[in-house]
Design a protein around this ligand. Structure first.
Ligand SMILES: NC(=O)c1ccc[n+]([C@@H]2O[C@H](COP(=O)([O-])OP(=O)(O)OC[C@H]3O[C@@H](n4cnc5c(N)ncnc54)[C@H](O)[C@@H]3O)[C@@H](O)[C@H]2O)c1
Ligand SMILES: [Zn+2]
Length: 357
Protein backbone atom coordinates (compact mmCIF):
# COMPACT_ATOMS: atom_id res chain seq x y z
CA UNK A 1 0.00 0.00 0.00
CA UNK A 2 1.12 3.57 -0.63
CA UNK A 3 2.07 5.65 2.34
CA UNK A 4 2.56 9.40 2.16
CA UNK A 5 5.95 10.88 2.90
CA UNK A 6 6.24 12.35 6.38
CA UNK A 7 8.09 15.64 6.73
CA UNK A 8 10.31 15.85 9.81
CA UNK A 9 12.50 18.76 10.91
CA UNK A 10 14.50 19.41 7.73
CA UNK A 11 14.32 15.87 6.44
CA UNK A 12 11.74 13.58 4.85
CA UNK A 13 10.77 10.06 5.87
CA UNK A 14 9.94 7.94 2.82
CA UNK A 15 8.04 4.67 2.88
CA UNK A 16 8.40 1.48 0.89
CA UNK A 17 8.61 1.89 -2.91
CA UNK A 18 9.03 5.68 -2.66
CA UNK A 19 12.14 5.20 -0.56
CA UNK A 20 14.44 3.96 -3.32
CA UNK A 21 13.27 6.55 -5.83
CA UNK A 22 14.12 9.23 -3.29
CA UNK A 23 17.46 7.64 -2.48
CA UNK A 24 18.57 7.39 -6.09
CA UNK A 25 17.43 10.91 -6.86
CA UNK A 26 19.33 12.19 -3.84
CA UNK A 27 22.50 10.39 -4.87
CA UNK A 28 22.24 11.69 -8.43
CA UNK A 29 21.65 15.28 -7.29
CA UNK A 30 24.58 15.49 -4.91
CA UNK A 31 28.22 15.32 -5.89
CA UNK A 32 29.24 12.58 -3.52
CA UNK A 33 32.74 11.15 -3.69
CA UNK A 34 31.80 7.67 -2.51
CA UNK A 35 29.19 5.77 -0.52
CA UNK A 36 29.72 3.81 2.68
CA UNK A 37 27.09 1.41 3.93
CA UNK A 38 27.39 0.63 7.64
CA UNK A 39 25.85 -2.72 8.57
CA UNK A 40 26.07 -5.17 11.43
CA UNK A 41 26.72 -8.87 10.94
CA UNK A 42 23.00 -9.62 10.61
CA UNK A 43 21.94 -6.80 8.34
CA UNK A 44 24.94 -7.59 6.15
CA UNK A 45 23.44 -11.04 5.65
CA UNK A 46 19.70 -10.31 5.59
CA UNK A 47 19.28 -6.74 4.39
CA UNK A 48 22.25 -5.72 2.26
CA UNK A 49 21.40 -8.20 -0.55
CA UNK A 50 17.95 -6.59 -0.76
CA UNK A 51 19.30 -3.05 -0.78
CA UNK A 52 22.31 -3.24 -3.10
CA UNK A 53 20.46 -4.04 -6.35
CA UNK A 54 18.18 -1.05 -5.76
CA UNK A 55 20.94 1.55 -5.52
CA UNK A 56 21.65 3.16 -8.87
CA UNK A 57 25.08 4.74 -8.88
CA UNK A 58 28.49 4.66 -10.54
CA UNK A 59 30.14 5.69 -7.30
CA UNK A 60 32.36 3.37 -5.35
CA UNK A 61 30.25 1.64 -2.67
CA UNK A 62 32.06 0.25 0.38
CA UNK A 63 30.52 -1.93 3.07
CA UNK A 64 31.60 -1.51 6.68
CA UNK A 65 30.46 -4.26 9.01
CA UNK A 66 30.66 -4.58 12.78
CA UNK A 67 29.51 -7.39 15.06
CA UNK A 68 25.78 -7.18 15.89
CA UNK A 69 24.70 -6.42 19.44
CA UNK A 70 24.13 -3.61 21.91
CA UNK A 71 27.44 -4.51 23.61
CA UNK A 72 29.18 -3.20 20.49
CA UNK A 73 27.40 0.13 20.52
CA UNK A 74 30.40 1.83 22.04
CA UNK A 75 33.18 4.23 21.22
CA UNK A 76 35.65 1.42 20.40
CA UNK A 77 33.48 0.36 17.47
CA UNK A 78 33.30 4.00 16.34
CA UNK A 79 37.10 4.27 16.41
CA UNK A 80 37.36 1.15 14.22
CA UNK A 81 34.88 2.57 11.73
CA UNK A 82 36.49 6.04 11.65
CA UNK A 83 39.78 4.30 10.83
CA UNK A 84 38.24 2.19 8.07
CA UNK A 85 36.52 5.26 6.62
CA UNK A 86 39.87 7.00 6.54
CA UNK A 87 41.67 4.04 4.97
CA UNK A 88 38.99 3.64 2.29
CA UNK A 89 39.18 7.29 1.25
CA UNK A 90 36.28 8.76 3.15
CA UNK A 91 36.15 12.55 2.85
CA UNK A 92 33.80 15.51 3.41
CA UNK A 93 31.74 14.46 0.39
CA UNK A 94 31.21 10.86 1.40
CA UNK A 95 27.66 9.61 1.94
CA UNK A 96 26.98 7.16 4.78
CA UNK A 97 24.00 4.80 4.66
CA UNK A 98 23.13 3.21 8.00
CA UNK A 99 21.42 -0.08 7.25
CA UNK A 100 20.28 -1.80 10.40
CA UNK A 101 18.46 -1.70 13.67
CA UNK A 102 18.78 1.00 16.31
CA UNK A 103 22.32 -0.04 17.13
CA UNK A 104 23.46 0.65 13.56
CA UNK A 105 21.45 3.86 13.13
CA UNK A 106 22.50 5.26 16.54
CA UNK A 107 26.16 4.37 16.09
CA UNK A 108 26.33 5.04 12.36
CA UNK A 109 24.63 8.40 12.80
CA UNK A 110 27.18 9.33 15.45
CA UNK A 111 30.11 8.14 13.35
CA UNK A 112 28.87 10.15 10.35
CA UNK A 113 28.07 13.23 12.44
CA UNK A 114 31.60 13.38 13.79
CA UNK A 115 33.75 12.08 10.92
CA UNK A 116 35.42 15.11 9.31
CA UNK A 117 33.10 17.20 11.53
CA UNK A 118 30.10 15.64 9.87
CA UNK A 119 29.23 14.00 6.55
CA UNK A 120 25.83 13.30 5.00
CA UNK A 121 24.02 10.22 6.22
CA UNK A 122 20.77 8.40 5.57
CA UNK A 123 19.06 5.96 7.92
CA UNK A 124 17.58 2.76 6.51
CA UNK A 125 16.08 1.11 9.59
CA UNK A 126 15.59 -2.65 9.38
CA UNK A 127 13.95 -3.54 12.70
CA UNK A 128 10.51 -2.54 13.92
CA UNK A 129 12.10 -0.60 16.76
CA UNK A 130 14.40 1.39 14.56
CA UNK A 131 11.58 2.16 12.10
CA UNK A 132 9.16 3.55 14.65
CA UNK A 133 11.66 5.03 17.04
CA UNK A 134 15.44 5.02 16.75
CA UNK A 135 15.74 6.35 13.19
CA UNK A 136 13.32 9.23 13.77
CA UNK A 137 14.25 12.29 15.80
CA UNK A 138 17.92 12.95 15.20
CA UNK A 139 19.41 11.39 18.33
CA UNK A 140 22.65 9.51 17.66
CA UNK A 141 25.14 8.04 20.02
CA UNK A 142 26.75 5.17 21.87
CA UNK A 143 26.79 3.65 25.35
CA UNK A 144 29.50 4.28 27.93
CA UNK A 145 29.88 1.05 29.87
CA UNK A 146 26.43 0.27 31.19
CA UNK A 147 25.27 3.86 30.81
CA UNK A 148 23.03 3.85 27.80
CA UNK A 149 23.41 6.53 25.12
CA UNK A 150 25.73 8.50 27.38
CA UNK A 151 27.76 9.89 24.47
CA UNK A 152 26.14 11.37 21.41
CA UNK A 153 24.82 14.25 19.37
CA UNK A 154 21.51 15.49 18.04
CA UNK A 155 21.90 15.72 14.29
CA UNK A 156 19.37 14.82 11.64
CA UNK A 157 19.97 12.55 8.63
CA UNK A 158 19.34 13.71 5.06
CA UNK A 159 16.41 11.34 4.94
CA UNK A 160 14.99 8.19 6.49
CA UNK A 161 13.90 5.29 4.28
CA UNK A 162 11.41 2.87 5.78
CA UNK A 163 10.95 -0.34 3.81
CA UNK A 164 8.80 -2.68 5.86
CA UNK A 165 9.92 -5.66 3.78
CA UNK A 166 13.08 -5.75 5.86
CA UNK A 167 10.92 -6.96 8.73
CA UNK A 168 10.44 -10.37 7.09
CA UNK A 169 13.64 -11.68 8.65
CA UNK A 170 13.41 -9.97 12.03
CA UNK A 171 13.08 -12.51 14.87
CA UNK A 172 9.81 -12.56 16.85
CA UNK A 173 11.37 -11.34 20.08
CA UNK A 174 12.86 -8.36 18.25
CA UNK A 175 9.45 -7.59 16.72
CA UNK A 176 7.98 -7.61 20.23
CA UNK A 177 10.75 -5.30 21.38
CA UNK A 178 9.79 -2.73 18.73
CA UNK A 179 6.12 -3.14 19.52
CA UNK A 180 6.81 -1.73 23.00
CA UNK A 181 7.64 1.66 21.51
CA UNK A 182 4.44 1.59 19.42
CA UNK A 183 2.41 0.83 22.53
CA UNK A 184 4.21 3.71 24.24
CA UNK A 185 3.23 6.06 21.42
CA UNK A 186 -0.41 5.14 22.02
CA UNK A 187 -0.17 5.52 25.79
CA UNK A 188 1.44 8.96 25.69
CA UNK A 189 -0.25 10.51 22.67
CA UNK A 190 -3.18 8.70 21.09
CA UNK A 191 -5.74 6.65 23.01
CA UNK A 192 -7.40 5.37 19.82
CA UNK A 193 -4.06 4.10 18.58
CA UNK A 194 -3.44 2.32 21.90
CA UNK A 195 -6.83 0.65 21.58
CA UNK A 196 -5.82 -0.90 18.27
CA UNK A 197 -3.47 -3.10 20.26
CA UNK A 198 -6.01 -4.34 22.82
CA UNK A 199 -6.52 -7.49 20.79
CA UNK A 200 -3.05 -8.13 19.49
CA UNK A 201 -3.98 -11.41 17.81
CA UNK A 202 -5.97 -9.58 15.12
CA UNK A 203 -3.01 -7.64 13.73
CA UNK A 204 -1.76 -8.90 10.37
CA UNK A 205 1.12 -7.73 8.21
CA UNK A 206 -0.91 -5.27 6.18
CA UNK A 207 -2.33 -3.66 9.27
CA UNK A 208 1.17 -3.51 10.65
CA UNK A 209 2.27 -1.20 7.84
CA UNK A 210 -0.42 1.29 8.82
CA UNK A 211 0.41 0.98 12.50
CA UNK A 212 4.08 1.63 11.76
CA UNK A 213 3.12 4.67 9.75
CA UNK A 214 1.01 6.12 12.57
CA UNK A 215 3.77 5.40 15.07
CA UNK A 216 6.33 7.29 12.99
CA UNK A 217 3.84 10.13 12.67
CA UNK A 218 3.40 10.34 16.44
CA UNK A 219 7.12 10.22 17.18
CA UNK A 220 7.74 12.85 14.53
CA UNK A 221 4.98 15.16 15.77
CA UNK A 222 6.40 15.07 19.26
CA UNK A 223 10.01 15.61 18.17
CA UNK A 224 9.06 18.43 15.81
CA UNK A 225 7.50 20.38 18.65
CA UNK A 226 10.62 20.04 20.78
CA UNK A 227 13.73 18.74 18.96
CA UNK A 228 16.13 19.33 21.86
CA UNK A 229 13.96 17.78 24.58
CA UNK A 230 13.18 20.84 26.67
CA UNK A 231 9.58 19.82 27.32
CA UNK A 232 7.12 17.68 25.32
CA UNK A 233 9.80 15.40 23.86
CA UNK A 234 10.35 14.14 27.40
CA UNK A 235 7.04 12.32 26.91
CA UNK A 236 8.95 9.78 24.88
CA UNK A 237 10.78 8.82 28.06
CA UNK A 238 7.65 7.25 29.48
CA UNK A 239 8.67 3.78 30.66
CA UNK A 240 12.30 4.63 29.99
CA UNK A 241 13.41 6.16 33.27
CA UNK A 242 13.02 2.84 35.04
CA UNK A 243 13.27 0.82 31.82
CA UNK A 244 16.76 2.10 31.01
CA UNK A 245 17.99 1.41 34.52
CA UNK A 246 16.59 -2.13 34.35
CA UNK A 247 18.11 -2.64 30.90
CA UNK A 248 21.51 -1.39 32.07
CA UNK A 249 21.44 -3.51 35.20
CA UNK A 250 20.56 -6.70 33.34
CA UNK A 251 23.22 -5.91 30.73
CA UNK A 252 26.06 -5.66 33.25
CA UNK A 253 24.91 -8.43 35.58
CA UNK A 254 26.37 -11.82 34.71
CA UNK A 255 23.57 -13.70 36.47
CA UNK A 256 20.90 -12.06 34.35
CA UNK A 257 19.91 -12.72 30.79
CA UNK A 258 20.24 -9.54 28.78
CA UNK A 259 16.93 -7.87 28.07
CA UNK A 260 15.98 -6.43 24.72
CA UNK A 261 15.34 -2.69 24.86
CA UNK A 262 11.59 -3.02 24.38
CA UNK A 263 11.35 -5.84 26.93
CA UNK A 264 12.89 -3.54 29.54
CA UNK A 265 10.69 -0.64 28.45
CA UNK A 266 7.58 -2.81 28.76
CA UNK A 267 8.42 -3.42 32.43
CA UNK A 268 9.23 0.27 32.82
CA UNK A 269 5.82 1.21 31.41
CA UNK A 270 4.03 -1.05 33.88
CA UNK A 271 6.04 0.40 36.79
CA UNK A 272 5.55 3.98 35.67
CA UNK A 273 1.84 3.39 35.08
CA UNK A 274 1.63 2.18 38.68
CA UNK A 275 3.33 5.39 39.75
CA UNK A 276 0.87 7.38 37.59
CA UNK A 277 -1.98 5.57 39.33
CA UNK A 278 -0.64 6.43 42.76
CA UNK A 279 -0.16 10.05 41.80
CA UNK A 280 -3.86 10.13 40.93
CA UNK A 281 -3.13 10.60 37.22
CA UNK A 282 -4.83 7.47 35.85
CA UNK A 283 -7.68 5.29 37.08
CA UNK A 284 -7.40 1.79 38.47
CA UNK A 285 -9.20 0.50 35.34
CA UNK A 286 -6.68 2.17 33.06
CA UNK A 287 -3.82 0.76 35.08
CA UNK A 288 -5.26 -2.77 35.00
CA UNK A 289 -5.75 -2.51 31.23
CA UNK A 290 -2.16 -1.37 30.64
CA UNK A 291 -0.70 -4.04 32.92
CA UNK A 292 -2.87 -6.79 31.41
CA UNK A 293 -2.03 -5.91 27.80
CA UNK A 294 1.70 -5.61 28.49
CA UNK A 295 1.86 -8.78 30.57
CA UNK A 296 0.04 -10.68 27.81
CA UNK A 297 2.74 -9.75 25.30
CA UNK A 298 5.92 -9.75 27.41
CA UNK A 299 7.21 -12.48 29.68
CA UNK A 300 7.49 -11.68 33.36
CA UNK A 301 10.92 -10.53 34.47
CA UNK A 302 12.09 -11.81 37.84
CA UNK A 303 13.47 -9.25 40.27
CA UNK A 304 15.20 -10.48 43.41
CA UNK A 305 15.26 -8.40 46.56
CA UNK A 306 18.93 -7.48 45.98
CA UNK A 307 18.32 -6.28 42.39
CA UNK A 308 16.33 -3.21 43.34
CA UNK A 309 19.04 -1.13 45.08
CA UNK A 310 21.50 -1.26 42.17
CA UNK A 311 18.69 -0.47 39.73
CA UNK A 312 17.84 2.63 41.78
CA UNK A 313 21.54 3.56 41.77
CA UNK A 314 21.61 3.35 37.99
CA UNK A 315 18.52 5.52 37.88
CA UNK A 316 20.49 8.34 39.48
CA UNK A 317 22.90 8.26 36.56
CA UNK A 318 20.10 8.44 34.01
CA UNK A 319 20.93 11.30 31.70
CA UNK A 320 17.43 12.75 31.95
CA UNK A 321 17.93 13.76 35.55
CA UNK A 322 18.11 17.50 35.96
CA UNK A 323 19.33 19.24 39.08
CA UNK A 324 19.98 15.91 40.78
CA UNK A 325 16.38 14.85 41.29
CA UNK A 326 14.80 11.96 39.44
CA UNK A 327 12.24 13.27 36.97
CA UNK A 328 9.65 11.00 35.41
CA UNK A 329 7.41 11.39 32.40
CA UNK A 330 4.12 9.92 33.62
CA UNK A 331 0.79 9.48 31.88
CA UNK A 332 -2.30 11.48 32.74
CA UNK A 333 -5.02 9.22 31.46
CA UNK A 334 -4.27 7.07 28.41
CA UNK A 335 -3.06 9.24 25.53
CA UNK A 336 -1.83 12.16 27.61
CA UNK A 337 1.46 12.86 29.31
CA UNK A 338 2.62 14.71 32.42
CA UNK A 339 6.34 15.44 32.37
CA UNK A 340 8.81 16.54 35.07
CA UNK A 341 7.25 14.51 37.86
CA UNK A 342 9.33 13.86 40.92
CA UNK A 343 8.85 10.43 42.39
CA UNK A 344 9.95 9.36 45.85
CA UNK A 345 11.92 6.13 46.19
CA UNK A 346 9.20 4.59 48.36
CA UNK A 347 6.71 4.68 45.48
CA UNK A 348 9.25 3.12 43.10
CA UNK A 349 9.73 0.24 45.53
CA UNK A 350 5.96 -0.22 45.76
CA UNK A 351 5.79 -0.29 41.96
CA UNK A 352 8.28 -3.17 41.86
CA UNK A 353 6.28 -5.00 44.53
CA UNK A 354 3.10 -4.58 42.50
CA UNK A 355 4.84 -5.72 39.30
CA UNK A 356 5.79 -8.98 41.00
CA UNK A 357 2.20 -9.61 42.11
N1 LIG B 1 18.05 7.31 18.72
C1 LIG B 1 16.90 7.10 19.31
O1 LIG B 1 16.06 8.01 19.44
C2 LIG B 1 16.60 5.75 19.83
C3 LIG B 1 15.30 5.41 20.19
C4 LIG B 1 15.03 4.13 20.61
C5 LIG B 1 16.04 3.19 20.68
N2 LIG B 1 17.30 3.53 20.34
C6 LIG B 1 18.38 2.55 20.39
O2 LIG B 1 18.12 1.50 19.47
C7 LIG B 1 18.78 0.32 19.90
C8 LIG B 1 17.86 -0.85 19.77
O3 LIG B 1 17.47 -1.01 18.43
P1 LIG B 1 17.05 -2.42 17.84
O4 LIG B 1 16.04 -3.01 18.73
O5 LIG B 1 16.74 -2.23 16.43
O6 LIG B 1 18.37 -3.28 18.08
P2 LIG B 1 19.48 -3.87 17.09
O7 LIG B 1 19.97 -2.85 16.17
O8 LIG B 1 20.48 -4.53 17.98
O9 LIG B 1 18.71 -4.97 16.25
C9 LIG B 1 18.21 -6.10 16.89
C10 LIG B 1 18.79 -7.39 16.28
O10 LIG B 1 18.18 -7.62 15.01
C11 LIG B 1 19.18 -7.78 14.02
N3 LIG B 1 18.57 -7.31 12.77
C12 LIG B 1 18.41 -6.03 12.38
N4 LIG B 1 17.68 -5.98 11.26
C13 LIG B 1 17.37 -7.26 10.93
C14 LIG B 1 16.63 -7.84 9.88
N5 LIG B 1 15.99 -7.09 8.97
N6 LIG B 1 16.55 -9.20 9.84
C15 LIG B 1 17.13 -9.96 10.79
N7 LIG B 1 17.83 -9.46 11.82
C16 LIG B 1 17.95 -8.11 11.88
C17 LIG B 1 20.35 -7.02 14.54
O11 LIG B 1 21.54 -7.46 13.96
C18 LIG B 1 20.27 -7.32 16.02
O12 LIG B 1 20.81 -8.59 16.27
C19 LIG B 1 19.25 0.59 21.31
O13 LIG B 1 20.62 0.79 21.30
C20 LIG B 1 18.52 1.86 21.71
O14 LIG B 1 19.24 2.63 22.63
C21 LIG B 1 17.58 4.79 19.91
ZN1 LIG C 1 13.00 3.20 23.68
Amino acid sequence: MTMQTIQANNYPIYFNEKAYEALNLHISQNKYSNIFIIVDSNTNEFCLPKLLPLIETDLNVEIIEFEAGEENKNIETCVEIWKVLTELGGDRKSLVLNLGGGVVTDLGGFVASTFKRGVDFIHIPTTLLSMVDASVGGKNGVDLGNLKNQIGVINVPNMVLIDTQFLETVPQNEMRSGLAEMLKHGLIYDKKYWEEFLDISTIDFDALDQLIYRSVEIKNEIVKQDPTEKNIRKALNFGHTLGHAIEGYFLENENKTTLLHGEAIAVGMILESFISLHKGLITKEEYIQIKTVLKSIYEDITFEEEDIEPILDLLIHDKKNEYGSIQFALIEGIGKIKINQEVENELILEAFEDYKS
